[in-house]
Design a protein around this ligand. Structure first.
Ligand code: UDP
Ligand code: MG
Length: 206
């Protein structure tokens, strides 16, 4: 708890110092950990723009763009879309938004994503929210959510969990070592989890 308070205090000081860069929060966690759901509530309460990398890719996939089929096949296989595509979608969305505070939901998924974002967008995240959830709970949520997604089935879900452990956890470890990660226990109702998220955001005073 003491460590947690130190992290928040450091982030709050940095966040409130004079800045011209956008305020960036990466929101990470396994598939079905509740990133998107909590982002909607955070965006509403704290007036962030919510950019979901997965949603941007799904929009791109359905817009009949030249990359549509490739994106579909990668998502269906639980793998990660080449960074160039995702980072460009995020960059455009950041620049066309009138906001200066962003929740980047479900990104970066791997080291290549992280490096590419920092190079192309030119900023590091100010904070990383990590929704920590047991696998059985994530599987249950994904298989029950009925959003008609090509990747919400048991076979793809198994692959996504493997990709999360192998490629995404190292990104979380990287930012942990920089003191930027706030880990939130993602088990509970939407409101119970939000009760744990709210003080973290409130303490940033941005
Ligand atoms: N995806 C990707 N790069 C990203 C974000 C998502 O390649 O930066 C792909 C990947 O195949 C992932 C899928 O989109 O499994 C769904 O991601 P999303 O974040 O929407 O799923 P969630 O984790 O919220 O269930
Ligand atoms: Mg999501």
């Amino acid at each position: 708890m003491a460590f947690f308070k130190t992290v928040i205090a450091k982030l709050a000081t940095e966040a409130s110092s004079n800045r011209c860069n956008p305020f960036i929060a990466f929101v990470l966690g396994g598939p079905g950990s509740g990133k998107g759901t909590q982002c909607v509530k955070i965006a509403e309460t704290f007036r962030f723009a919510h950019l979901s990398a997965g949603d941007l890719l799904r929009e791109e996939m359905s817009s009949n763009s030249e990359n549509g089929t490739m994106i579909h096949d990668i998502i269906k296989d639980g793998k990660i879309v080449p960074s160039e595509i995702t980072v460009n979608l995020l960059r455009k969305a950041i620049h066309s938004s009138g906001n200066h505070k962003f929740l980047i939901d479900g990104f970066p998924r791997n080291e290549e994503n992280r490096i590419s974002f920092e190079r192309i967008v030119g900023v590091e995240p100010d904070i990383v929210l990590f929704f920590d959830c047991p696998e059985e709970e994530m599987v249950k949520r994904v298989l029950n959510r009925n959003q008609g997604r090509v990747d919400d089935n048991i076979d793809t879900m198994k692959k996504r969990l493997e990709v999360f452990k192998k490629l995404n956890l190292p990104v979380i470890d990287y930012y942990s070592a920089k003191g930027k990660v706030c880990k939130i226990n993602a088990v509970g109702t939407v409101n119970e989890v939000f009760e744990k998220v709210q003080p973290v955001l409130a303490a940033l005073r941005i």
